[in-house]
Design a protein around this ligand. Structure first.
Ligand SMILES: Cc1ncc(COP(=O)(O)O)c(C=O)c1O
Length: 458
């Protein structure tokens, strides 16, 4: 049986059945979303929240560790974890205590606290980059590094890989269509940006296309995840990341690795794990334990170049001189620093990552076995504490291969089916994330539902 031979009408029928059940089981959540239409543009505080497959999002009553309870009193195992922002586990005691204490001592001061010293040292130790800056989101951190890259290279373009997502980064809102032409990703509005002038996009794992795109020497930086996580999960082929590093160096292009999601791979992300040497690195979401934080790190060489453009001199002499050109009044706040301190020192520690990776590996292996047992041509990709089910027979090597297996109705069905049986999966794709509080009982619940789901599809 191939996914293509699953009867689309049967999938639609099952989807309708599951959505009806979801609506019947969640009257309070549904009413909350209906009421939300009056004062929120898209019914909820964030437009992303409307994208859950039940037709409306759950209204949450409380969350603890890897568990969520909705306003209708139902319990869920949460593998979405705030699309990574909750990777520390909800209400983590260490983060809660540190953040509450700092709130009481002063949250945001435009002044550093003494804790900043240890946090800087720990970031350098984990990711191998010596200098760091705070922002309030990973999007902001990406934009900061893009700006720095343009400042030091004088070049206009940012190169990204087809299928990427890097947050609200205009240059990255591009993709390749089925004919390989550059288009706006998901038909997103162009926002008066001339993408042909500022963006380049090539398939992941395609060294020849990458080298050709860099040959013009008009690309300021490549912005890339070292393992793509936002269009399925696409693993780099052996040697591809080394070739990316070599090609960027040869053409004077900076390499920025966005580890916002790939932080799941271990304490220093893929960069720390594989001793990669990017010029810039971004991490966000999970690292703040729920407090909005983005972080960008730069290499010694990049810092030296930056200081030639914006000098590092006695600030008293230059109080009114040029700044870096990006905002962030609350960036680097005492509250953020306290949160990151707690996360790095007490929560996302090497043993916690090992626990998450063990669970995810076991879950990936058991999922593959179940999928095979039911003759479904799907695959599962895993990176540390994160895994993803994809409707392709083999792991895709680029976004085009993933696109070929994409089945929106089947994906929606999977999501609502699992929600109806007490399991939350990240709404934008079929990703499962572990946190330090996730247990074997939680992954067993997922597997029980997967068994039922596969059986029903047959
Ligand atoms: C790889 C990557 N970078 C950056 C971002 C943007 O993060 P934020 O929404 O916190 O700005 C995301 C969000 O999903 C992401 O997946």
């Amino acid at each position: 049986m191939s996914t293509a031979t699953l009867d689309p009408q049967a999938v639609q029928r099952l989807l309708a059945r599951e959505q009806t059940r979801f609506a019947a089981d969640h009257p309070r959540s549904r009413a909350a979303f209906e009421a939300g239409q009056q004062h929120y543009l898209y019914g909820a505080p964030s437009h992303w929240m409307r994208r859950w497959a039940g037709g409306f999002p759950l209204a949450v009553a409380s969350a603890a560790g890897a568990r969520v309870q909705c306003a209708d009193g139902l319990d869920y195992v949460d593998f979405c974890l705030g699309d990574t922002g909750g990777m520390c586990g909800h209400g983590n005691p260490a983060v809660t205590q540190a953040v509450a204490a700092q709130l009481g001592r002063g949250a945001t001061l435009m002044l550093p606290t003494l804790q900043a010293q240890w946090v800087g040292e720990e970031l350098a130790r984990r990711f191998g980059l010596p200098y760091w800056g705070f922002t309030t989101s990973a999007s902001d951190a990406n934009r900061a590094l893009i700006r720095i890259a343009r400042m030091v290279t004088g070049r206009p373009k940012v190169l990204v890989f087809d299928g990427c997502y890097h947050g609200s980064v205009e240059e990255a809102h591009v993709a390749l269509d089925l004919q390989g032409r550059v288009v706006l990703r998901n038909g997103i509005h162009p926002n008066a940006v001339d993408h042909a002038r500022v963006s380049a996009v090539v398939p992941f794992n395609d060294e020849a296309a990458l080298r050709q795109a860099l040959a013009n020497r008009d690309v300021a930086c490549v912005l890339a995840e070292p393992f793509m996580t936002n269009f399925g999960m696409i693993e780099p082929q052996p040697g591809f990341i080394a070739a990316l590093r070599e090609a960027t160096r040869e053409t004077g292009t900076l390499l920025v690795l966005d580890e916002t999601h790939t932080f799941s791979s271990g304490p220093g992300g893929v960069t720390g794990r594989d001793a990669l040497q990017p010029d810039g690195l971004v991490v966000g979401k999970a690292v703040g334990g729920g407090v909005p934080v983005g972080l960008y790190g730069v290499s010694e060489a990049l810092a030296q170049k930056l200081w030639q453009v914006v000098p590092k001199v006695n600030p008293v002499e230059v109080r009114q001189s040029a700044h870096l050109g990006f905002g962030g009044t609350l960036a680097g706040s005492a509250l953020q620093v306290a949160a990151v301190h707690a996360v790095l020192s007490e929560v996302l520690t090497p043993p916690a990552f090992a626990h998450m990776a063990d669970l995810a590996q076991g879950l990936a292996e058991a999922s593959r076995a179940l999928i095979a047992e039911h003759g479904l041509p799907w695959c599962v990709s895993q990176l540390g504490g994160r895994l993803e089910t994809m409707f392709t027979p083999a792991p895709p090597r680029d976004a085009a291969a993933f696109r070929r297996g994409r089945d929106d109705a089947l994906e929606a069905l999977l999501h609502v089916y699992f929600m109806n049986r007490g399991v939350l999966i990240t709404p934008f794709h079929c990703m499962l994330l572990m946190c330090p509080a996730t247990t074997a009982a939680d992954t067993a619940r997922y597997l029980d539902v997967l068994r039922e789901f596969c059986g029903e599809l047959r």
